[in-house]
Design a protein around this ligand. Structure first.
Ligand SMILES: [Zn+2]
Length: 116
């Protein structure tokens, strides 16, 4: 930079900044306000979503049916506790309980027959 340009005042710029933020005083920009590790509100200028470049915010989650299904499949490990598996176990346990009751009745009847 030569001496002449350094001494000349800068021309006033017009238009939006390259990062699409409005021109003007940086210090007047809305602040992020996210909780920092010091438990103080973040002082960085906020983006359109209200958070700064560091605190983009939590994911809002899948929106489409395919996306929700994909997440569900990603969380599934063995399927032991799915609604279907639980219902099947309940059905067979009830069946076994019923068989045990019937067989114990038959055993009692046979013992009574032997005594007589
Ligand atoms: Zn922030």
């Amino acid at each position: 930079m030569n001496k002449e340009s350094a001494s000349k005042p800068r021309e006033k710029r017009r238009g939006w900044l390259k990062n699409n933020n409005p021109p003007g005083d940086f210090m007047n920009a809305p602040r992020c306000g996210a909780k920092t590790r010091k438990s103080t509100p973040c002082q960085c200028p906020a983006m359109k979503n209200g958070r700064c470049k560091l605190h983009g915010g939590k994911s809002t989650g899948p929106k489409t049916v395919e996306g929700i299904d994909r997440i569900r499949q990603a969380h599934l490990k063995h399927g032991k506790y799915t609604k279907e598996a639980k219902a099947e176990r309940r059905y067979f346990n009830n069946l076994m309980r019923e068989y045990k009751r019937i067989f114990s009745q038959i055993d009692q009847e046979q013992e009574e027959d032997i005594r007589i």
